[in-house]
Design a protein around this ligand. Structure first.
Ligand code: PEP
Ligand code: MG
Length: 582
């Protein structure tokens, strides 16, 4: 039966395809039905995965003996516990039974057994024993890895290109894996419009919907789905008429996109001759291809932390250097802004997931880096070395305190000294910038303008912290409002004060990539935008249609209003002129 669900539209376009259900974010498990003839093989596949894990654990055990007695006692107990769990008949035997009775895949069966075991653990009174449920999860993760061949990955299926991922939740680390796979769209029950998961979706340039509430429970594997990522609508098992309508709409969108491609080589200059720089945001080195396709003026934000996700061993200096250099060389002298690690909150390193009460307010970004100086200085050395091959700028995330700035600048000086001592080539004069994403930094901007070479406003976090809205939480997503007068005044203040201090100011949050805000930001005086490459040409079209001289006083008037309804009305009037073709 056909039905419709609504969610937050986070990445535009229309996708038509089949549902591919994945389970909880930490254990991305597909669920599909097997033909009867494949059931025995599947049980065998699960048995083999158990053998692999048994082998891994026994290797670990022998390694411990080689390391001497000190290493033994605690770790040995841990390895033995994992071996015991692995041999618990509730796992292998019952999962095998489950595969036979349900004709489901091995990953799903083992996940179901894990949930049952965890439930039993959680009923135990003894707190220590109860906490051992985490070991059950770890053992099952090992089995899942073995089933996948090596690392945790969504298993590729026959019809990857029309698969629509449906998940309860996806972490940014989960989502980034889709870059290597060709999927049509994704839908999650949880998540906010500027969560990192949504941002990665946008960079994949596939339609996506988050905050769809019960999608994961209502949809079955292989259901036919239409995802309208522009309107935030999901249609399950549509009838023929709806399908035809959406196919037509999808073709129209493709035609609009190909028209936009004609703007690629057009200078981005307003009607009254103001030159505007349009930079790109990237998460991984391979994204640079998309950046070149739209001929961006450079990279305004490289979220380097994505290189650190989904792996057990972190990239060392040389690996990072190679990754950064590849981007710098590909950009052929255009600026590449490398943001130093913004680890923490929703982007935790594997195995380091913390259970802080308020992770977005906790040890994140520059705070994390200063708490992990070795990791930070290693990254800085890699960046400075890559800077030898082109134009690199260092961008520090979430700075707000004078002592943080001093420590971060001291670390950069230290990294340079270490490179000098080692006779390494690097760029001594790399520009250093700060992200303005904490209201305190925006309000006391002098601290930043005195000590940095450029500023970049991270509106995603600036809005989150100004309005006290967790950007990843769909329960408060309706309150996340870039047009709140407090947000607009902060953004305007930073642009104006930066200008007075002769300091380049960019916006690199999602606000910069939304065509509906382009005139507003231009009217505030912004001349540098950084966004996902997939949004760049649409924003360029707005720039080409805008007359800054005409817009600026109207934007100033809008900024004086405290009434959200009037602000929206005034913005609509300002944007109404953009219906005219350039
Ligand atoms: C921002 O906060 O606006 C930003 C660009 O950084 P991120 O989205 O990675 O937190
Ligand atoms: Mg941010």
């Amino acid at each position: 039966m056909a039905f419709m669900l609504h969610g937050l539209a986070v990445s535009g376009g229309i996708a038509i395809g089949h549902a591919y259900l994945v389970s909880h974010a930490t254990l991305e498990v597909a669920h599909y039905t097997l033909p009867p003839r494949r059931v025995d093989d599947e049980v065998g596949r699960l048995g083999k995965a158990f053998d692999t894990v048994r082998g891994e654990l026994s290797e670990l055990r022998s390694g411990l003996f080689a390391d001497g007695p000190d290493a033994r006692s605690e770790l040995l107990a841990f390895v033995d516990l994992h071996s015991m769990i692995l041999d618990d008949p509730m796992l292998l035997d019952e999962a095998g039974e489950y595969i036979r009775s349900r004709r489901c895949n091995a990953e799903w069966a083992i996940k179901v057994q894990m949930d049952r075991l965890v439930e039993q653990f959680e009923e135990i009174d003894d707190a220590y024993l109860r906490s051992r449920s985490a070991d059950v999860v770890q053992v099952v993760e090992r089995v899942l890895k073995a089933l996948a061949g090596k690392s945790r990955r969504l298993s590729a299926r026959r019809r990857d290109t029309d698969s629509i991922i449906v998940a309860h939740d996806l972490s940014p680390a989960d989502t980034i894996q889709f870059k290597a796979q060709r999927i049509a769209a994704f839908v999650t029950d949880l998540g906010g419009a500027t969560s990192h998961t949504a941002i990665v979706a946008r960079s994949l340039a596939i339609p996506a919907l988050v905050g769809a509430h019960h999608a994961r429970t209502l949809i079955r594997d292989e259901d036919l789905l239409i995802v309208d990522g522009t309107r935030g609508v999901l249609i399950v098992n549509p009838d023929q008429q709806l399908l035809d309508e959406y196919r037509l709409r999808a073709r129209e969108i493709e035609i609009e996109r190909s028209k936009l491609r004609h703007l690629t080589r057009t200078e981005s200059t307003t009607l009254d001759g103001e030159s505007v720089q349009l930079f790109a945001n990237i998460e991984l080195p391979q994204d640079v291809e998309q950046v070149k396709e739209v001929d961006a003026d450079g990279i305004g934000l490289f979220r380097t932390e994505f290189l650190f996700l989904n792996r057990d061993l972190l990239p060392d200096e040389d690996e990072q250097f190679e990754a950064y250099r590849s981007v710098v060389q590909a950009m052929k002298g255009k600026p590449v802004t490398l943001r130093t690690l913004d680890i923490g909150a929703d982007k935790a390193l594997r195995g380091a997931e913390r259970s802080e009460a308020n992770p977005a307010l906790g040890l994140r970004a520059i705070r994390y880096c200063l708490a992990e100086p070795r990791m930070f200085v290693t990254q800085l050395r890699a960046i400075l070395r890559a800077a030898h091959y082109g134009k690199v700028r260092i961008l520090l995330p979430m700075v707000a305190f004078q002592h943080e700035i001093e420590s971060a600048l001291a670390m950069i000086a230290l990294a340079k000294q270490q490179l000098r001592d080692a006779n390494r080539k690097f760029d001594e004069r790399v520009e250093i910038g700060a992200m303005v994403e904490i209201p305190a930094a925006a309000m006391a901007l002098g601290t930043l303008t005195n000590q940095f070479d450029f500023l970049s406003i991270g509106t995603n976090d600036l809005i989150q912290y100004t309005l006290a809205i967790d950007r990843a939480d769909e329960a408060v997503a309706h309150l996340y409002d870039p047009l709140h007068p407090a947000v607009l005044r902060l953004v305007q203040q930073v642009i104006a004060q930066g200008k007075r201090a002769g300091m380049p100011v960019a916006v690199c949050g999602e606000m910069a990539g939304e065509p509906q805000f382009a005139r507003l930001l231009l009217g505030m005086g912004l001349r540098q935008f950084s966004m996902h490459p997939s949004q760049l040409l649409e924003v360029k079209r707005e720039v080409l249609r805008c007359d800054c001289g005409d817009i600026a006083p109207r934007v100033q008037k809008l900024l004086r209003s405290d009434d959200p309804v009037r602000i929206r009305e005034q913005l609509d009037r300002i944007n109404a002129g953009s219906a005219v073709q350039p």
